[in-house]
Ligand binder design. Structure first.
Ligand code: ADP
Ligand code: MG
Length: 258
């Protein structure tokens, strides 16, 4: 059965989408069957994987709000072995429309359930909020992965995120646990980054992955070509870091298959 991992942090710009795209592509590069679910109305995971989000047969919005079967929304991406449920700006309305929906926190979980046997990993890219979209992801997921940017105030808001994860665990998804914490955008030229990394390790201890994602221009460029970093520039430090992170994830999940 595929492992479902939600990549969440209500702060914007911490590397959620970059991590989702590139972990997903690296897992696919290792020969695993991977599905990405774009749950952010910005649709950055969709465009970053080479999908024209304005011309898709269906989107996460249709799955959540219009009861479209999820397999009707799955498209291929620029990366072999990696499929995607795309999103676009329409999804912005879902946050409000879900409020009055029946079993509103469980819709994504029900949609993903029949897919689990067909994938080794399903990664959900969450929006920068703790609303009903993120709650749907936390309800559907086996695990939550938290990217934290190596900068001042890195841990600000993390307590609130952990409270939300705990609430989701208590009320919606008793099996939910933290898959890991990934430090992102480390600037190797300053001491600050390493100080923040130390602080995050004190807070999350062994939950923090050994791999730290460095700040790397190539990682910023790749999405504008619709390519994960492994296809854009496999040798750059960003690509190597995401491959190492994917290998740690595979290791934590007991070897090659999820
Ligand atoms: P989020 O999804 O949390 O909002 P993103 O993954 O979109 O964050 O990252 C925010 C911005 O920073 C994007 O422009 C992205 O390309 C860039 N970025 C992310 N990670 C890195 C990195 N390691 N090095 C350089 N730029 C990065
Ligand atoms: Mg994002």
């Amino acid at each position: 059965m595929g492992k479902i991992i939600a990549i969440a942090n209500q702060k914007g710009g911490v590397g959620k989408t970059t991590t989702t795209i590139n972990v997903a592509a690296s897992l696919a590069y290792r020969g695993l069957r991977v599905l990405c679910v774009d749950l952010d109305p910005q649709g950055n995971a969709s465009s970053g994987l080479g999908v024209d989000k304005t011309h898709v047969p269906a989107s996460t919005y249709d799955v959540l709000i219009n009861s479209v079967p999820i397999d009707k929304a799955i498209v291929t991406t620029s990366m072999a072995g990696l499929s995607l449920v795309p999103s676009n700006i329409q999804l912005a309305g879902a946050e409000v429309e879900l409020v009055s929906a029946a079993s509103r926190e469980y819709i994504l979980k029900s949609a993903l359930k029949p897919l689990a046997p067909y994938y080794d990993y399903i990664l959900i890219d969450c929006p920068p909020s703790l609303g009903l979209l993120t709650l749907n992801a936390l309800t559907a997921a086996d695990r939550v992965m938290v990217p934290i940017q190596c900068e001042y105030y890195a841990l600000e808001g993390v307590g609130q995120l952990m409270n939300t994860v705990q609430l989701a665990k208590n009320h919606l998804n008793p099996d939910l646990s933290v898959e890991g914490v990934v430090l992102t955008m480390l600037d190797g030229r300053t001491n600050l980054g390493m100080q923040v990394a130390d602080e995050v390790r004190k807070y999350f201890r062994s939950k923090v992955y050994d791999t730290i994602i460095p700040r790397n221009v190539r990682l910023g460029e790749a999405p504008s070509f619709g390519l994960p970093i492994i296809l854009y520039d496999a040798r750059c430090i960003g690509a190597q870091a995401y491959l190492a992170l994917a290998d740690e994830i595979i290791e934590r999940n007991g070897g090659k298959k999820a």
